[in-house]
Design a protein. Structure first.
Ligand code: COI
Length: 354
């Protein structure tokens, strides 16, 4: 195909090595950054349209001290590439990330690459860094697209220029707990996003403010923070880096995305997989008090995957959830991971082979 041939042209001149795998201790992968060979850079022209981007060596980028991303505009995405047992490379629903970036860009007054430009750029980046994709069962290549206001600006207005950039890193488990159940903490002192704000958008401004809440939870021995809604402090929102689900019998619920909650691609996929497997799935407002009756709780996210929650502490009360035996979260994750790694046949056209 055209895409495949342009990939070869782009990566041939400076390809580092013909080895199938980079020199990585695959058994030691966590979620730290392992720099890979190439990144993808595409700048928009003065008329705010993105033209051809290209792969360059991974490295520092030059930035005006007054670049808008520093003060105002920056959004990002996360998606993963996996190797299959039979040696193929699969992306998972990258067009969903592309669409989310477009949606976020619109909210943040930024021009964005088209869906096709985004997906092609992800493919090129993964292809060029393919020796960094972990062996089957050892993790994934995490791909991080960024859209940055890179033009200089002093006042408060959209940047005059933008840069779309993608880099990648091999990763495995996001939490230091590995696959062990998480212990979450509800800290009412902090909120993640409020109505009318940009909580539903993957802007960097949703992530810096939660660092303090995470640090305080970790200091107390918790894995992460579960936020409540900003207005009533009564409804579940999301965890710092992932969405939340509760399970009761055959019913699975997750907070409805009403503008303050990120529309996770993994969240959406889990909802679709669960419905397909016969669960009743509701996207609705979930009161924090409902946690007391939940059988199971789990988190979902691209980085996180699906992580079981063992306990949630709220107002000095620790609520515990099922983490052993037959688990709905395990079942759903097994299907999701099976699709992502080619173990399960993809009947929905979710995977993109490169
Ligand atoms: C992801 O899940 O891909 C994210 O972007 C979350 C991030 C905080 C690691």
């Amino acid at each position: 195909s055209q895409a495949a041939s342009s990939l070869r042209v782009a990566t041939q001149p400076s390809s580092d090595s013909d080895d199938e795998y980079a020199d990585v201790d695959w058994d030691k992968l966590g979620f730290g950054l392992t720099p890979t060979d190439y990144m993808y850079v595409m700048r928009c022209s003065k008329d705010q349209t993105f033209n051809a981007g290209q792969l360059t060596r991974y490295g520092n980028i030059e930035l005006s001290p007054s670049a808008a991303q520093i003060l105002i505009q920056a959004i990002y995405e996360g998606t993963k590439a996996n190797r299959t047992e039979d040696g193929r490379i699969l992306l998972f629903r990258p067009e969903q990330n592309a669409a989310r970036m477009k949606y976020g860009a619109e909210r943040m007054c930024m021009p964005s690459p088209s869906i096709e430009q985004f997906v092609d750029a992800v493919k090129e980046t993964v292809f060029a860094n393919k020796r960094w994709i972990p062996p089957p069962g050892k993790g994934s290549l995490y791909v991080r697209p960024l859209l940055l206001g890179s033009g200089p600006i002093l006042g408060l207005a959209p940047a005059p220029e933008y840069t779309f950039l993608i880099y990648a890193s091999p990763v495995r488990n996001y939490f230091k707990e590995g696959t062990a159940p998480l212990n979450l903490y509800i800290n009412e002192e902090y909120v993640r996003a409020s109505p009318g704000g940009a909580g539903g958008v993957k802007t960097i401004t949703n992530y810096a403010p939660v660092l303090k809440a995470i640090a305080s939870a970790k200091n107390r021995g918790f894995s992460d923070v579960l936020y409540l809604d900003a207005v009533n402090k009564k409804y579940l929102e999301e965890v710092s880096s992932c969405n939340i689900f509760i399970v009761k019998g055959n019913n699975i619920s997750t907070p409805a995305t009403n503008g303050t909650i990120l529309k996770g691609v993994t969240r959406k996929s889990i909802i679709e997989i669960a419905r397909d497997q016969g669960y009743q799935v509701e996207e609705r407002a979930i009161e924090v008090d409902e946690l007391g009756e939940a059988d199971e709780v789990f988190c979902s996210g691209t980085a996180v995957g699906v992580a079981p929650v063992g306990s949630i502490t709220y107002r000095n009360k620790r609520m515990e959830f099922k983490t052993e035996g037959r688990l709905v979260s395990k079942e759903l994750y097994s299907t999701l991971a099976g699709l992502q790694t080619g173990r399960i046949e993809d009947k929905n056209g979710w995977t993109v082979e490169i």
